[in-house]
Ligand binder design. Structure first.
Ligand SMILES: [Fe+2]
Ligand SMILES: [Fe+2]
Length: 349
């Protein structure tokens, strides 16, 4: 069922008001809200949603022109048809009403035939405006839905790529989940926007995807890697970036950046490009802290897991050397919050 068009009717003369009300109600699917006091109408403008207004000119307390001006200043009222009813033929007065925002005039005394026809026309205008607004709203929601769908597909691609990398390197699955979660927390602690935090958390699991290009005997070697093997292993950063870069998808481009830079060091002695300080993209600096911390507290073919305390101490000590000091401060803040929550849980238990 189509919604009725709400007509605001402001006329201090009750006989005229009644007549106009009847005519409007008979002119179409209108609902009429009446006021005899313009000041009361002005005070309630934001509380009464309406589609068009009919305003008498000569009223005690506030003229029709003043009231039309007030109507136009309310947000959302800029395009609503507002008509002034007047017996005056004075051009100056009519110009002033047009300047205040009136779109048309209705003559007094009211001619029922003309009045009804004009109101029906304005009703059609309101209906067209409403349809246009609905269409704009529909288009907006369609664009929103399409964007969300695109995003969902991007996330699925990332999930499946990460899954593929997991077949090659057993550590990857659990490590990437924890590491990505820490990346998201670090980004939040650093005050990044909600969208940026979500993107980093989504892209981070692909930081080691380049390991699909590393030979199995190196990747799965138990024990330390020799120099040649280490150099080959280090190629995973560049390979990862090669796999991911150049995409039109923002998330994949961010993932390429993380893959390429998560082994760079703040002091410029990392790999593959020996970038230093803020030349390393922030996402890479965040990933470096999250990646190393999780690697340290995990068992690897070539080493046993460190204790959490020892790993935290290592990260703290590497502020300004391996890691961006700001990221380390954020990391320590997260860890100290986690520790105090664990203590509280222990006390309650
Ligand atoms: Fe890596
Ligand atoms: Fe890693």
């Amino acid at each position: 069922m189509t919604k009725k068009i709400v007509v605001l009717l402001i006329e201090d003369n009750r006989t005229n008001l009644l007549l106009m009300r009847k005519l409007v109600e008979h002119a179409g699917a209108f609902e009429v809200v009446c006021f005899t006091d313009p000041l009361e109408a002005a005070a309630k403008l934001d509380a009464v949603p309406f589609d068009m207004a009919i305003v008498d000119h000569q009223m005690p307390g506030m003229s029709g022109i003043e009231l039309i001006g007030r109507i136009r200043t309310e947000p959302g009222n800029a395009d609503k048809p507002v008509v002034m009813v007047t017996a005056d033929r004075d051009t100056e007065l009519r110009l002033a009403a047009l300047r205040a925002g009136a779109v048309d005039f209705l003559a007094k005394p009211i001619d029922p035939v003309e009045f009804s026809a004009r109101i029906a026309n304005l009703g059609r205008l309101c209906e067209a405006q409403r349809q246009l607004a609905n269409r704009a709203e529909w288009l907006r929601s369609e664009v929103e839905a399409a964007t969300a769908e695109l995003r969902r597909r991007e996330e699925e691609i990332i999930y499946r790529l990460t899954l593929a990398a997991g077949y090659k390197d057993e550590d990857t699955a659990a490590h990437t989940v924890r590491m990505a979660r820490m990346c998201g927390e670090l980004a939040r602690e650093l005050g990044l926007s909600a969208e940026a935090c979500r993107d980093i958390e989504m892209a981070a699991p692909m930081h080691d995807i380049g390991k699909v290009g590393i030979r199995d005997e190196v990747l799965q070697k138990r024990g330390r890697l020799d120099d040649l093997e280490m150099n080959h292993m280090r190629e995973h950063a560049r390979i990862g970036s090669d796999i991911l870069h150049g995409s039109e998808c923002d998330l994949l481009r961010l993932a390429a950046t993380i893959a390429m830079t998560h082994h760079e060091r703040w002091d410029g002695t990392g790999y593959p490009n020996q970038l230093g300080g803020t030349d390393i993209p922030l996402a890479g600096r965040i990933a470096a802290v999250a990646d190393v911390f999780d690697a340290l507290i995990s068992d690897r073919p070539y080493k046993q897991a460190w204790t959490r305390e020892k790993a935290i101490a290592y990260i703290a000590e590497q502020a300004g050397r391996q890691f961006d000091p700001t990221c380390v401060v954020a990391f320590l803040a997260i860890i100290s919050r986690e520790t105090s929550t664990e203590r509280k849980i222990e006390l309650v238990a």
